[in-house]
Every structure is written in C-alpha cells, then in structure tokens.
Design a protein around this ligand. Structure first.
Ligand code: T6T
Length: 324
C-alpha cells in the first residue's frame, strides 16, 4: 500500500511539473469556431490549434456549423458563449452580421480573437467603430493573396484575354479582399479583361455550372481565379466538364488534396496555399498569452506557399497541403 501511495504521489508530482497550467491548477478552455466544420482549411487549422493547446496544457473545443453561413454560425456561437470558455477563437462568416453576436461574448468577459476572417474592418483595439473589440486578428494577407493570384493567372494566360473570379458571396472579409487584390493587380495588365464575378455560395457544383455558363457566353475565356477551396474546385471541375482543359487556365486559392491532384493532372496551374495550421497555432498561443497576463499583437499575418507542377513533389512544399 505504501509503495502504491508513493507511486501515486510521484505520478501527480510529475504531472504537475509538466505544464504551467497545472501549477496553479487552472486548465484553460479555448473554443475554436470555424467558418464550417467540413472544410480541409479549418480541419488543418484545428490541427495547429490542437498542437498549441497541447503545448500549453489547454483544452481545445472545436465547434462549428456544417455550412459557411452566419445564420447557422450564430447559434453555435451562442452555445459556445453559454459554456463560458476562457477565450473564443472564431472565423466570423460575415463582416457585419457577426458583430453583435460576438459583442455578447466580449460583454460576458470572454476574450475574442478572430482567425482567418475578421469583423468590421479587421483593425482592432483602436477605439474606432463598434467592431474593434476583438483582441487580435490572425490570418493570411488576403489582399496580397489576391494580387499573387492575378500575377500567376496573367502569366499563365500570356497576359491577354478574358478571365473572371469565382467567389463565395459578398460580405466575407477573406474572399472580398482576395477579389479586391486580384482586380487591383489586374489593372497592370491592359490586355486582360476581368468579367463579372460569379458568386457560388461556397457550393462547388454551382461554381462548376457557372464556369460552363461563362464559357457559353464567352467562348474566348482564358482563365478563372477560384477565390477559395470550393470556388476553385468547382471552377476546375467546370473547366473539365466544358471540355476546356488547357484552354482555360485555373488559379486556385487553398490547397486540399483534390486541388493537388488537379495540379498533377494539369487542370489547375497554380494553387496559393494558406497556412491554416499556423493560424490555429498562433490563435491558441495568443489566447494563452493573453490569459496568462501577456500583451499580444493586434494582428498576426501568416504565410502562403505557392504550389505548381514543378514543386508539388518537394516535401517542403507538400507539407502545406491541407489535411482532409
Ligand atoms: O479560403 C478558406 C478561408 O480562408 C475562407 O475564409 C473561407 O473559405 C476557406 O475556408 C476555404 O474553403
């Protein structure tokens, strides 16, 4: 019995020494609310968040809606607020519609950090407007990403011809900014015409049929920019279904395995991979830093990896392919 007791004490001492949180007995619970649960981008973000949570001895709660839709996300947020986590990380699905619901979290004393997408203008802690209350915004530079997509597409089409943006819907900070950056950059290519944006509601099938309709109206279409995972996947499928492979170039934002397959088979020219695991990791680390009395940056910019046929087999590049 004595030996067993000693063993038990030894185990608890070891566990106590293992992490900072255990020393003062507080295990932080950090909630991560994605734009939607069934998206390789957010699945990969969750992995990075889990890694950080493990490192600091926090518990990560991952709770989200099945579609990218504020009407579905707000009840999830309300349920998370009711659980009183120590901090909330969220990818708000609309710049304005999530402001009031998130304010409820802040008013309940729960620190809010937005990951991937932002509310308001994404500039926080400035005293300006009613959406500056989140502590930090951790994400890709989406305007820059849109510019990178434009340059890649311009090159792929020989700097001339008609192209368009396949996008989700207006009001989402990330995809709005990608389109903005893309259009700004395309002004440097006077022989490229950017046609009207097609909005697909994050439905790849809709994006595919829109591609076919655009080709039907513009037989001289030469390129498309898919501004997120489902837009890009749908656009690529549409190019194939319309028998336009090789003729209509595709630049994809995001890098799930399906897009990588399309790079290998030549349907997609370039994919701009975000670093969602990095977003999740720094999201949790920022929350933890705040909860333990450290100050945190009001914005953290994460990286991109540009993938094409020439580098996709390189392990340093392939490690940024999203987890399904
Ligand atoms: O592109 C990502 C994300 O950055 C965007 O906010 C929404 O769509 C994705 O999740 C990809 O589906």
């Amino acid at each position: 019995i004595t030996a067993l007791a000693a063993l038990a004490v030894g185990v608890s001492v070891l566990a106590g020494a293992g992490s900072a949180q255990a020393q003062d007995g507080k295990k932080f619970t950090i909630a991560l609310i994605p734009g939607l649960t069934t998206d390789a981008f957010y699945i990969t973000m969750r992995k990075g968040a889990e890694a950080a949570a493990k490192a600091v001895g926090a518990e990560l709660v991952f709770q989200g809606a099945p579609d990218f839709n504020p009407v579905l996300q707000v009840p999830v947020l309300d349920a998370v607020i009711a659980r009183k986590p120590d901090a909330i990380l969220i990818a708000p699905t609309d710049k304005t519609q999530l402001v009031q619901p998130l304010k409820k979290a802040a008013e309940a004393g729960i620190p809010v950090i937005t990951v991937d997408t932002f509310i308001g203008d994404g500039v926080y802690q400035t005293g300006k407007g009613d959406a500056d209350f989140p502590l930090s915004y951790i994400a890709s530079d989406n305007v820059l990403g849109g510019r990178m997509a434009a340059r890649a597409l311009a090159k792929a089409v020989g700097e001339k011809g008609k192209v368009y943006v396949s996008n989700v819907k207006p009001g989402i900070s990330t995809t709005d900014q990608r389109e903005q950056g893309f259009k700004e950059e395309m002004k440097n290519y006077p022989n490229i015409t950017v046609l009207e944006t097609q909005f697909n509601d994050n439905d790849a099938n809709k994006a595919a049929s829109q591609l076919q309709s655009v080709v039907a109206r513009n037989s001289d279409l030469v390129g498309v920019f898919g501004a997120n995972l489902f837009s890009a996947l749908g656009a690529a499928n549409g190019v194939q279904q319309a028998g336009q492979s090789g003729k209509v170039k595709v630049v994809a934002f995001d890098a799930p395995t399906s897009i990588v397959d399309n790079i290998k088979n030549g349907l997609v020219d370039i994919a701009i991979a975000q670093h969602p695991a990095e977003i999740g990791y720094y999201g949790v680390m920022s929350a933890y830093a705040h909860l333990t009395g450290q100050s945190i940056p009001t914005a953290i910019g994460t990286g991109f990896t540009v993938m094409d046929k020439s580098n996709i087999d390189n392990p340093d590049i392939a490690k940024f392919v999203y987890s399904d």
